[in-house]
Design a protein. Structure first.
Length: 170
């Protein structure tokens, strides 16, 4: 199994070591971007978007809100709620949160009648859990509670930004 495959599977199954590997690998930036794009494509197709323009807009919105979420999380985690061992830079949070988007490819099943939106919601919650593990590892927190709080604050702000971008785009 390739390193990329094992990292994606490890990230999706919330293995801390996978996030540590990604955090330390400065060459994994493009892999993180690719995972976010695949996750975003899954969401776009799951939502029934067929127009290439609509898909492109959604991809831009997802990437923009992800980068803003990375910046917010870095700011919140290193300045407002740092732990004793917290040392992180943009790249570390960028890579770990990018890989934490791996479960998002399953959002493609949102098109299924009756159960689709439940799948979409469950996968979104799964992604939040993976974000928490990614942030815990990237910010070197000794426990999950602080990471959860940082992610929740960042995620709430990201949701507001996402819907703001969508409103402007449409």
């Amino acid at each position: 199994m390739s390193t990329l495959t094992s990292r994606v599977l490890g990230s999706a199954t919330l293995r801390a070591q996978s996030y540590e590997d990604v955090e330390a690998d400065h060459n994994a930036n493009w892999q993180a971007v690719a995972i976010v794009l695949l996750s975003s494509l899954g969401a776009a197709f799951g939502m029934g978007l067929k127009s290439p323009v609509d898909v492109a807009i959604l991809l831009i919105v997802f990437v923009a809100t992800w980068i803003s979420w990375v910046l917010l999380t870095l700011l919140i985690g290193t300045n407002l709620l740092p732990g004793n061992q917290t040392k992180a830079d943009f790249g570390q949070v960028f890579r770990t949160t990018g890989f934490s988007s791996a479960p998002g490819v399953f959002r493609v099943f949102a098109f299924l009648p009756v159960v689709g939106w439940y799948i979409f919601g469950a996968v979104t919650i799964w992604m939040l859990f993976s974000f928490v593990v990614a942030i815990r590892q990237a910010l070197d927190y000794p426990n999950t509670g602080r990471a959860f709080l940082v992610c929740l604050l960042g995620w709430l702000i990201q949701i507001v930004l996402f819907f703001g971008f969508i409103t402007v785009a449409y």
